[in-house]
Design a protein around this ligand. Structure first.
Ligand SMILES: CC(C)=CCNc1ncnc2c1ncn2[C@@H]1O[C@H](COP(=O)(O)O)[C@@H](O)[C@H]1O
Ligand SMILES: [Zn+2]
Length: 347
């Protein structure tokens, strides 16, 4: 590893946009494939390698394959623990995982068990002494419609009350070309009123002005991607104004956007636009397994693409602490941790 790599790995980081089943590493995938050899699934079907690009449709096909491999409580426990360990090894000190609760008739998996198992994994990692604070966002997949969305919110509410602060919010994700955001407003409003934080995939693809306008009125607590919000990308000044006025942080995932072809090249990534505005942005991975990346690589990529210094990158990782969904006391603990680690990272 060269000095730059070492710096970005040692840099303490906050990861706020990581889909559990998109974050499964090559090594964990190997274990899953060995558990289910009859499925005949190969690595080329679950990840998009270096230099490769796929259409959005093709990317969403990948998740269907992964879901076949992860369909028992045992799988979910292993996947969750491996993903948490890998983020910890990469220098992530605070992680918000997100995942869509699934039921599988074949294996008897229920949505409640699904969430319970992820919580169990978080607790086990904690008791093993891993230096990472992990929280969970329960995800709504747009493909499943408004009724399932409402059920999901109710389930998340129950877990928010019973999980000792581990379940902190709701994510709206899934294929952005399916359905319309307006159908999810009642569920999202209920979540917000009940004390769940909202992170919404917004303007991930072009021509979603009306949907973005509606969803921004909630307003959400964070935005995933927001690729097409600003006027140069076919968005509008009114959308930008709403985001800025409400100080809504953006979760930005460079490799994901390049490999999913919503952004043509790194130098044209909307990180630049929002960073120049001085608006809070958080660098994230989205799906580190599918896109073959990790958070330290994403930080290094931002630094090299936009010519930011190590000091500026430190500031970015530190400012991400203010965007987390966990309570104020956790923010204070993390700020102290960053202070303590500073001399070691800049030795
Ligand atoms: C296609 C592409 C470029 C992916 C990146 N952008 C994404 N946009 C919207 N939803 C996503 C994305 N990546 C993952 N997800 C959601 O996360 C799920 C996988 O994680 P999980 O099963 O919820 O644990 C997917 O089925 C999908 O609902
Ligand atoms: Zn995402």
């Amino acid at each position: 590893m060269d000095d730059e790599c070492v710096f970005y790995r040692e840099l303490p980081k906050v990861e706020l946009h990581a889909h559990l089943n998109g974050s499964v590493s090559f090594q964990t995938m190997e274990k899953l494939m060995n558990r289910k050899p009859h499925l005949n699934i190969e690595h080329s079907m679950t990840a998009i390698g270096k230099g490769q690009r796929r259409t959005l449709d093709e990317c969403f096909e990948v998740f269907k394959v992964i879901h076949k491999l992860v369909d028992t409580e045992e799988d979910i426990l292993m996947v969750s623990k491996d993903v948490i360990r890998e983020f910890a090894e990469d220098g992530v000190k605070y992680l918000e995982l997100r995942s869509t609760p699934r039921e599988e008739q074949r294996t008897g998996l229920t949505k409640t068990n699904y969430i319970d198992t992820i919580i169990k994994a978080i607790q086990q990692c904690k008791s093993e002494g891993l230096d990472i604070d992990v929280r969970l966002l329960v995800a709504i997949d747009r493909r499943n419609g408004m009724e399932v969305a409402m059920e999901t919110v109710k389930l998340a509410e129950e877990f928010m009350l019973s999980s000792d602060g581990l379940v902190v919010g709701i994510d709206l994700s899934g294929d952005p070309t399916v359905g319309h955001g307006k159908y999810f407003l009642p569920a999202l409003e209920r979540a917000k009123n009940g004390g769940l934080k909202l992170s919404l995939h917004l303007s991930e693809v072009q021509s979603q002005l009306e949907e973005s306008e509606l969803l921004l009125n909630l307003p959400p607590d964070r935005i995933g991607h927001g690729t097409f919000l600003h006027p140069e990308m076919g968005g509008s000044q009114s959308l930008v104004d709403k985001v800025v006025k409400n100080g809504i942080p953006l979760e930005l995932c460079l490799t994901s956007n390049i490999k999913g072809q919503t952004v043509p090249m790194f130098s044209l990534h909307h990180f630049k636009y929002w960073y120049q505005l001085g608006h809070p942005t958080v660098i994230c991975t989205d799906d580190k397994g599918v896109f073959c990346t990790d958070l330290s690589q994403e930080y290094q990529l931002v630094a090299s693409t936009f010519g930011l210094s190590q000091k500026e990158m430190w500031k970015l990782s530190q400012q991400a602490i203010d965007c987390i969904f966990a309570e104020e006391a956790v923010k204070q603990q993390l700020k102290k941790k960053w202070q303590d680690l500073h001399p070691q990272v800049f030795k």
